[in-house]
Design a protein around this ligand. Structure first.
Ligand SMILES: Cc1cc2nc3c(=O)[nH]c(=O)nc-3n(C[C@H](O)[C@H](O)[C@H](O)COP(=O)(O)OP(=O)(O)OC[C@H]3O[C@@H](n4cnc5c(N)ncnc54)[C@H](O)[C@@H]3O)c2cc1C
Length: 434
């Protein structure tokens, strides 16, 4: 028997706004998030000393208030992960609150994943993604020790740079592979809220005299006497820079793992999981997808205007053109020893050896272990696909199957079984809801 509840995976802007819209229409909703608190990537509360713009706090409060007003119809489970939906429509939820149930629909609001292009030395200790440095800053409540460099491309380089500066630790340098300051016309046509935020970041960095080197790529990273030695390339001029921490970021992509069609119930993506358009669009898209689900269930749905969603889409297209560049490095020039899959420690040489022996994309996964590790290819498969495109047309595809990640048998056995009934699922994990 199908449960009367709708499952929302992800308690970020998209998931929370979807849950609130569904609850306002009289639906009961179960929200799960693997993080210890609600808010998603942008609105999760910092431990101490928030370094984000004041506008974030206001936006977060407004979103949380709408959800809080519907708490009777919304069960929220933090530190709790969605692991997949089987072919009968049973959802397996593990973590602090483990349970199995049959929702009548699923909204996947699992956000975006960060892209980091492999380079020699990118897996060394001290090198992380920019997002990981942001998480570090939020959870520790203070910036990491040592000299920090930020490199790659995209607006997140400047967001982190400003956040570190406001936390009292300006980055030593920002290397941007693109030339974002050479596009004044496209920049001037960005919506006001993006322009204001970007201006705030840049002014913070200028006041702190942070060097911003555009058109500069990190070719390799080496560990030298306890520090990181970065070899950079600026239009054919090579330099070596020494720092203690390096944050890399080469864009965002949909985190749509687990978004598989199900024969029994509707499964629909919302927010960055559907299209990476930023936090404002995520809220709007959550409302839109909730209305779509209500329509599918034959329940009256609120009318949602798509104007602001389309504006954000145009703005993201413009941002993409401002940050466009021809690759952080040429993937084909990567030395053989460069690690591609950091979960299984597989290198460019391992990939070349396999492609030389007439493998199919599926055999690359099975024999090469690419995309088979703990992250299931979130980090390596995009690059493996690009590197093998010439020989194979397409590289190994991402697994869209149940479960989304390796699961312990104990996690399956310990999950309270609520399939076949509609009993209340206790919220045992405490969510920070401030
Ligand atoms: C690393 C990173 C840094 C960013 N920094 C900024 C920034 O500084 N400023 C800014 O404006 N925008 C930033 N963004 C973009 C911004 O986060 C998004 O546009 C916005 O949060 C999208 O909202 P969302 O609800 O779609 O996804 P998110 O806010 O990302 O929420 C997705 C939620 O899904 C949860 N989740 C994922 N998989 C599962 C699962 N299997 N089970 C349970 N829960 C799951 C995650 O824990 C997360 O809480 C950043 C994005 C990333 C990826």
């Amino acid at each position: 028997m199908t449960d009367r509840r709708i499952l929302v995976v992800g308690a970020g802007p998209a998931g929370l706004s979807a849950a609130a819209t569904l609850a306002q229409a009289g639906q009961r909703v179960v929200v799960v998030d693997q993080a210890p608190q609600i808010g998603g990537t942008v609105y999760a509360q910092n431990r101490t000393g928030d370094t984000r713009p004041l506008s974030h706090a206001k936006e977060r409060r407004a979103l949380f208030d709408v959800v809080a007003a519907q708490r009777e119809r919304i069960d929220i489970h933090c530190s709790t992960s969605f692991v997949g939906l089987d072919y009968q429509g049973n959802a397996l939820i593990t973590g602090a609150d483990g349970f199995l149930f049959q929702p009548k629909a699923v909204i996947m609001a699992t956000g975006a994943r960060e892209l980091v292009q492999p380079r020699p030395g990118w897996t060394l200790p001290g090198v992380t993604s920019v997002g990981a440095l942001q998480v570090d800053l939020k959870t520790a409540g203070r910036p990491p020790e040592g000299r920090i460099a930020i490199a790659g491309s995209g607006s997140l380089l400047y967001a982190l740079g400003a956040q570190l500066t406001r936390a009292g630790k300006a980055p030593a340098v920002i290397f941007d592979a693109a030339h974002p300051f050479l596009h004044p016309l496209a920049t001037a046509r960005l919506p006001l809220h993006i322009l204001q935020e970007a201006t705030g970041f840049i002014l913070t960095l200028i006041r702190a005299r942070v060097p911003i080197l555009s058109g500069t790529r990190i070719l390799s990273v080496e560990e030298k006497k306890g520090a990181l030695s970065l070899k950079t390339n600026h239009g054919g001029r090579f330099r070596t820079v020494e720092v203690d921490r390096l944050g890399l970021h080469d864009g965002l992509a949909r985190n749509d793992y687990g978004l598989q069609k199900n024969p029994t119930i509707p499964v629909i993506a919302a927010g960055d999981c559907r299209d990476v358009l930023g936090r404002f669009a995520a809220v709007k898209d959550g409302n839109r997808v909730a209305a779509e689900i209500l329509n599918l269930l034959g329940t009256p749905a609120p009318g949602i205007s798509l104007t602001s969603l389309n504006t954000e889409k145009a703005a993201q297209r413009r941002l993409k053109s401002i940050f466009a560049h021809d690759g952080c490095n040429d993937l084909n020039d990567l030395p053989d020893e460069t690690i591609l899959c950091r979960c299984e420690n597989r290198s460019v040489a391992d990939l070349k050896a396999l492609t030389a022996t007439d493998q199919t994309p599926r055999m690359l996964r099975l024999n090469g272990r690419f995309g088979m590790g703990a992250c299931q290819g979130r980090f390596c498969l995009d690059w493996v696909a690009k590197l093998t495109a010439a020989e194979m047309g397409s590289g190994p595809s991402r697994p869209q199957r149940w479960p989304l990640r390796p699961v312990l048998i104990a996690e399956i056995l310990n999950a309270a079984d609520h399939s076949g009934n509609e009993t209340h699922i206790e919220e045992s994990a405490k969510c920070t809801f401030r």
